[in-house]
Design a protein around this ligand. Structure first.
Ligand SMILES: NC(=O)c1ccc[n+]([C@@H]2O[C@H](COP(=O)([O-])OP(=O)(O)OC[C@H]3O[C@@H](n4cnc5c(N)ncnc54)[C@H](O)[C@@H]3O)[C@@H](O)[C@H]2O)c1
Ligand SMILES: [Zn+2]
Length: 359
């Protein structure tokens, strides 16, 4: 595909800010850029509407005349019909091609807002204001957006130019523990990819300190994305460490109604996939044992041990389809190392699962 041409020259105005002053930076940015926009629209879900929007509006200047669009919280809102309804909402509020859309919420609001901004009148400018740890370290970066269809995650989506992102830790003050944990799993993964001091600190630290590592964790994602923007090579597949198994577990968790999120499933995937690497004799098993110790201190997988490995293996095959026939694990075998990829067969998987589940 090559580099995407930047037809609108939007990158000139691109801004990224992470930390405890990001909303102040957004105020400055809005004051500077306001003349480019004919209207400003904020997409929230009903939780971020109630818990984050009032403070956001009190602290960010330049939003006195903005319009609010609201969706229900949760993955169920990532559906195409909602994009259409929101587009009609924008139209009814008078949005033209000069409109600015601000997505204020977790990954769901960012993904849905991203798609809406890409499609509305063939594209309007987007600002992401992530409000969950997961969105701050992961979903807000990398230019992917999408919606689900009949349970197939992100079946419909686009690559969009990077949006401006303002990730302010003040948003996290109301985040429930369950949601902290979902982002923590991705942060641990990104710290492992980065290696060095970030991994050392995350290994010893606690998820409640995540605000300290936001910037570095987001930079890990950005640097991987920049090295492989359209997932042509294996570099970006590295962000899927733990996800080959994690996605399969997630689909089973959903069908059984367990109260576990994406991050919980990815954390479990990291544990199992690391054990598979151990079983192959891949060097540096002690580091992977430290990764498991980190994860097992924060996550509870008891309910998952009862899953049928055969069913899981079948669920994992939808991942296989993406890679022309073989199930692939892409990992840096030790923290901060170059990625490697392996094919995973059923027998090896079952052997590791059975040993793990009976331990
Ligand atoms: N585009 C990408 O590259 C990318 C990467 C990772 C994940 N994602 C997507 O992100 C989604 C998951 O994101 P998520 O975990 O942020 O889920 P989410 O957006 O559903 O947020 C989780 C819950 O937290 C609530 N919430 C959000 N901010 C809050 C706050 N500050 N205080 C209190 N409650 C708050 C939400 O209302 C929701 O109920 C998935 O759909 C996934 O596919 C996308
Ligand atoms: Zn993930």
């Amino acid at each position: 595909m090559g580099d995407m041409p930047d037809l609108c020259g939007m990158e000139l105005h691109l801004h990224r800010s992470i930390g405890d002053r990001a909303w102040n930076d957004l105020s400055d940015w809005l004051l500077r850029e306001a003349s480019r926009f004919t209207s400003v629209h904020i997409l929230v879900d009903s939780s971020t509407h109630e818990l984050v929007l009032p403070r956001f509006l009190a602290e960010v200047e330049g939003l006195a005349d903005c319009h609010i669009l609201e969706i229900e919280p949760g993955e169920a809102s990532k559906e195409l019909i909602l994009v259409e309804q929101l587009a009609l909402g924008l139209r009814d509020e008078g949005a033209d091609r000069g409109a600015l859309l601000i997505a204020l919420g977790g990954g769901v609001v960012c993904d849905l807002g991203g798609l809406l901004a890409t499609l509305y009148m063939r594209g309007i400018e987007l600002v992401l204001v992530p409000t969950t740890l997961l969105a701050m370290v992961d979903a807000a970066w990398g230019g992917k957006n999408g919606v689900d269809a009949e349970g197939s995650k992100n079946l419909l989506g686009t690559w969009r130019p990077e949006a401006s992102v303002f990730a302010d830790v003040r948003a996290l003050e109301t985040l429930p523990d369950r949601e902290w944990r979902q982002g923590w799993a991705e942060l641990i993964k990104q710290a492992w990819i980065s290696g060095g001091p970030l991994w050392d600190e995350v290994q010893k630290g606690h998820w409640s300190q995540s605000a300290f590592w936001l910037r570095e964790a987001a930079e890990v994602k950005l640097s991987v994305v920049e090295a492989d923007p359209y997932e042509r090579g294996t570099r970006r597949a590295l962000l899927n460490m733990g996800h080959t198994l994690g996605h399969a577990v997630e689909s089973m968790v959903l069908s059984r109604g367990f109260d576990l999120g994406h991050g919980d499933c990815v954390a479990f995937g990291l544990v199992l996939e690391s054990l598979i690497l151990d079983s192959w004799g891949v060097p540096d098993a002690p580091s992977r044992a430290a990764l498991r110790a980190r994860i097992e201190a924060d996550f509870d997988f008891d309910s998952l041990r009862t899953f049928s490995p055969t069913e899981l293996w079948i669920a994992m095959q939808s991942d296989k389809k993406k890679h022309a026939g073989s199930l692939r694990l892409v990992w840096c075998p030790a923290p901060g190392t170059q990625e490697q990829s392996w094919n995973l067969g059923e027998e090896d998987f079952l052997k590791v699962w059975n040993r793990y589940a009976s331990a």
